[in-house]
Design a protein around this ligand. Sequence first.
Ligand code: PLP
Length: 379
Amino acid sequence: MTATPLAHLAHELAILEARGLLRERGARGAGPGSIDLCSNDYLGYRATGRLAAPARRAAAEHPAGAGASRLVSGDHDAHRHLETVLADWLATEESIVFTSGYAANVGAIAALAGEGDLIVSDALNHASLIDGCRLSRARIAIVPHLALEETRRALRGHPARRRWVVTESYFSMDGDAPDLRALRAICDEGEAALIVDEAHALGVMGPNGRGRAAELGVRPDVLIGTLGKALAAQGAFVAGSRDLCRWLWNRARSMVFSTGLSPLLASIAAASAVEARQDDAGRARVAATGTQLRVGLAQLGIAVTSAWGPILPILLGTEERALSWRRELVARGLGVQAIRPPTVPPGTARLRVTANAGLDSSRIERAIEAFGAVAGARL
Ligand SMILES: Cc1ncc(COP(=O)(O)O)c(C=O)c1O
């Protein structure tokens, strides 16, 4: 009997499993009654049901599906409203929404950069930024994580039609951040445009939750934010000049050739953005939760490799170690996730603990006790 065309997959899957790299469905993180330490619901809007009323209203007023690409007939009032709310919040001329952060990054970068251009990209940028760079056909210079001098040198070193610097404002797996002021100066000096992905800072950092660039008084040329993390909805956006948004409307393939964001979700996301904008109490809770977790873990001798913000990586090295910590913490009622390659570089498997405003002090104490029990047997 001849093998079927996909017969090799069983073999490849067995290799992934043997190497501790297999991912199975059903990774719900926090099950009922467990303590959520791995979602990106930083302001706790899912956990606390804060969007339930806006969701009910949205369901009464907006269709679930856009019905077509927005360029065909799928452009709804809910999209326009959301784009106005976001642009107003971020003080940009306009914004344009996408169906996900992945789609926004891939679509925007590939629509902006092209053959003959140079993109300088941080080595730890998110996969969606990397894929956008690859799709653009520009030359890509990958610089060491957060390295300013290498960024400056890369911009100087290559002749290019146009130059772009791509970074995250608060790194998703590491909880650290670039010096955005210095990057802005380097871009200005090197005649490059600065593209900043604020996925993990929007709603959580900066004045009125406007993100880290706003906190530092830096204006990216292209600002990307997601609606599925602190805003607890789904989708993403690019904010910037009117021409930028008009260009993406015309040229971002993930926008042009894809059904528009659900109007229902767009409406919920707009309500969430209005809420997040004024939610200083939520931001204070995220910070307090992060501090309580950092202090508690440090007292147990568990090293957290980030100093601030809602992402607390605990580097464990091997896939096996990360998986066994996870298993035991889950058994003790914690929603934690093991992050393994290719999401992070080989040899840096980790637990990525996240702080969120939905956690109260007693739940965090319980979480720290669970860490103590699991670490006690190992450290
Ligand atoms: C930095 C960064 N950008 C973009 C994305 C993608 O966003 P979305 O989940 O909306 O596709 C993520 C999510 O993992 C992210 O961490």
